[in-house]
Design a protein around this ligand. Structure first.
Ligand code: MLT
Length: 391
């Protein structure tokens, strides 16, 4: 039996594993240096007290015969799906209970969703992009084409009718660039997808950073229910990166060749997935309580302040960047350097600050660099001071 040779087409290590490896190796050879990590977008604030208290109660329930729970529903407990439904309603989206599927995170669902598509076809992926979209399609042997995101289009590419695509990836607010589509931009993609029977995979993992009159969900766009699947996560909104919980929304109207994407996904999940633990789902439910919401908003404010600190620093240095507003990522042009891995080394060696090189997100990311606002305020402030001194 042979192994999947499509793996030959992807980079040997996952981008963030490579960044961590290089930072660790530098740390080992320079034990006296304090390294400040603003590379992977991993949260640093603890879970909100309301979440912790709900999880403690759930653990107690599991300790008693009368309230113990075994396998949960494949699509998630109703108590959590009702809350997710209510959250969507708060920005005007009507998502049916049977359209919401709870999972262990957006990253897994974004990879696993490919199970429901027929083999072949073309995936249209922005460049630069969250590497999971590209890698998972290459692993499946699907052809990928790229929509160039660059300074010229503000890192928000629009559809090109001469390009044929079957699956379209959109992430807004974007990882890595922090750019956010407006209603008109997303409407163009929805119209493009509907016109050719394509399916949009919309990654909304960073919607909680959106302020003002910008879309947080693809379903705020007319026509999206016939062409889009949306992925969201508790990782960024509520610090669940280590706890693991997310959700995917698949409208009933998303049907191709008589097959319902919603039904296929339920079939896929019930075959390959046994749900998220009861304790974690109770914690996720608490995110939507008034107390939980107010606590997580305070945490989000901390990350937003970090983003502002980084943006203000770049403004002061006259360095071009996108993001930082409506996004926890700041995407900057590498000052004085086109090679973003070389810039990574420079920042690590001369300032002991770790970021993520743009080239890791695609060809168009070359010359750019991503800093995350998910660090602690202290680490962010110190990193900013070191960057100021360097340039
Ligand atoms: C990132 O740094 O891009 C994210 O943390 C990755 C993820 O959410 O999986």
């Amino acid at each position: 039996m042979q192994f999947n040779s499509n793996f030959n087409d992807i980079a040997e290590s996952y981008l963030f594993a490579e960044v961590a490896k290089r930072a660790q190796s530098y740390g080992e050879s320079h034990p006296d240096k304090k390294i400040l990590r603003l590379g992977i977008g991993d949260v640093t604030l603890p879970l909100a007290p309301a979440v912790i208290s709900a999880m403690h109660s759930a653990v107690d329930e599991m300790s008693r015969k009368q309230s113990f729970r075994g396998y949960g529903p494949y699509e998630g407990y109703d108590f959590l799906r009702e809350k997710i439904r209510g959250y969507y309603a708060s920005f005007g989206v009507d998502a049916g209970m049977d359209e919401i599927f709870v999972s262990d995170g957006a990253k897994s669902d974004l990879g696993n969703i490919l199970d429901i598509f027929s083999p072949g076809g073309v995936a249209l992926i922005p460049d630069p992009v969250y590497p999971v979209y590209v890698d998972t399609n290459l692993m499946a042997g699907r052809k990928t084409v790229f929509a160039a995101a660059d300074r010229g289009n503000g890192f928000l590419p629009l559809p090109d009718n001469s390009v044929n695509a079957d699956i379209i990836y959109i992430c807004s607010p974007n990882n890595p660039t922090g750019a956010v589509y407006d209603f008109g931009g997303l409407k163009s993609w929805v119209d493009y997808a509907n016109s050719r029977g394509a399916v949009i995979l919309f990654d909304a993992a960073y919607e909680c950073f959106v302020h003002g009159n910008l879309p947080r969900s693809i379903y705020q766009i007319e026509g999206a229910r016939t062409c889009a699947i949306e992925f969201c996560s508790f990782s960024k909104i509520a610090g669940f990166t280590g706890t693991r919980c997310g959700y995917t929304v698949i409208p009933r109207e998303l049907v191709r060749g008589g097959l319902s994407a919603n039904k296929l996904w339920l079939r896929r999940q019930s075959t390959k997935f046994n749900g998220v633990s009861y304790v974690v789902q109770r914690g996720a439910e608490a995110v939507f309580s008034p107390e939980g919401m107010s606590q997580i908003k305070q945490n989000l404010k901390v990350y937003e302040n970090n983003a502002k600190l980084i943006s203000d620093c770049l403004d002061g240095l006259g360095i071009y960047y996108t993001g930082g507003k409506n996004s926890p990522y700041v995407w900057l042009e590498c000052p004085g350097e086109r090679d973003s891995w070389r810039f990574f080394d420079k920042l690590l060696e001369e300032a002991q600050v770790v970021g993520t090189p743009g080239a890791g997100f695609g060809k168009n990311g070359e010359g750019y660099f991503r800093l995350t606002a998910f660090g602690s305020p202290e680490v962010t402030a110190e990193a900013v001071e070191r960057i100021k001194k360097l340039f």
